[in-house]
Design a protein around this ligand. Structure first.
Ligand code: ADP
Ligand code: MG
Length: 311
């Protein structure tokens, strides 16, 4: 288990990651989401001890990265911008990594096969497409059969087949009990594979929940209303405790109110309704909403408390 505690990274006056605390559990694929610049790569590099945190710490099974005994069997990673020598063949590249990491050389052929690179193993990496490079990076990450696999934007450059292949691979790894952390700036890439979703925005944790909880979107469902007089209806509903968004000339997006309450309010105020509809935003919409800071911090615990009416 990877434990991240109060992790912060400042680059001069730029705060890349701020007060991040979370655990990455074994046996689960965790999607690490956030728009570009959210701090995903910086966090992953701090897990891998490639960047020193300004504050806070990361432990892997209770140990600091630098104190790990058998690093290659503990943690393997694909990090963007990993240096590769374009003149080496795929096989040579992996053989170097295996040798440096004390990994059995047979693993190279295994991983070339597993990542679909057997046919091109003797070609120089310089001739590889982005997708093939990603596969090679994934092969390198898995070479030591690590307990934790960290993949930074692994879907970049993969074609449709590659995307399906990687999803299946990630699920298989989780089924074997490994912790799999996959970053992406696109909800659609991880929602089909991740059991748990962590969302970062501007370096801060804004959501940490299972995909199931996210799908229920209980906090994000809203009622769309079109009426004869949105302005008046909106002010009346607000007085009753409604939370209203996107109040443009056309539509009101209303939360914390039921369909019935809105209908009755409209009737009592003699405002004709043209539309009154419950909307369930897609995961993609919820992600955009979360990262735009429209929705407050949500954690599994918060959702449970709200359901129990404790908050
Ligand atoms: N080496 C660096 N020096 C200065 N700023 C950096 C450095 N690395 C990242 N940043 C900044 O930190 C923020 C987070 O970056 P990053 O972790 O790469 O985000 P993500 O991977 O989510 O796109 C960005 O604003 C980025 O410009
Ligand atoms: Mg990144």
């Amino acid at each position: 288990m990877i434990k991240i505690k109060d992790l912060t990274k400042n680059f001069k006056d730029k705060v890349a990651v701020e007060g991040l605390s979370l655990n990455i559990r074994p046996g689960v694929v965790t999607g690490f989401l956030g728009p570009n610049g959210a701090g995903k790569s910086t966090t992953m590099k701090m897990i891998l001890d490639l960047i020193k945190p300004t504050q806070g710490e990361v432990t892997i099974d209770g140990k600091y990265y630098k104190d790990l005994k058998n690093t290659t069997s503990k943690i393997g990673a694909l990090i963007d911008g990993n240096a590769v020598n374009p003149n080496l063949t795929a096989r040579q590249h992996l053989e170097l990594i295996a040798t440096a990491g004390g990994i059995a050389i047979e693993q190279v052929e295994n991983m070339l096969y597993k990542t679909g690179l057997s046919k091109v193993k003797s070609n120089p990496i310089g001739e590889f497409s982005l997708g093939m490079r990603q596969r090679l990076g994934i092969a390198a990450a898995l070479l030591g059969e690590p307990e934790t696999v960290i993949l930074d934007e692994p879907f970049n450059g993969l074609d449709v087949d590659g995307i399906h292949w990687l999803r299946q691979l990630a699920k298989d790894l989780a089924r074997q009990g490994k912790a799999v952390l996959i970053s992406s700036h696109l909800m659609s890439e991880v929602q089909a594979v991740a059991e748990r979703i962590i969302v970062l925005a501007k370096g801060k944790l804004i959501a940490d929940m299972t995909i199931e909880e996210m799908s229920k979107k209980s906090l994000s469902a809203y009622i769309k209303v079109k009426s004869e007089n949105n302005e008046l209806l909106s002010s009346l509903l607000k007085k009753k405790g409604a939370f209203i968004q996107n109040a443009n000339d056309e539509n009101l997006h209303i939360r914390k109110m039921t369909l019935k309450q809105i209908g009755i309010m409209a009737k009592e105020s003699h405002i004709a309704l043209f539309e009154l509809k419950e909307m369930q935003p897609s995961l993609e919409e919820l992600f955009v909403e979360l990262t735009e800071g429209k929705v407050e911090y949500i954690s599994t615990k918060d959702i449970r408390e709200r359901k129990d009416g404790r908050k």
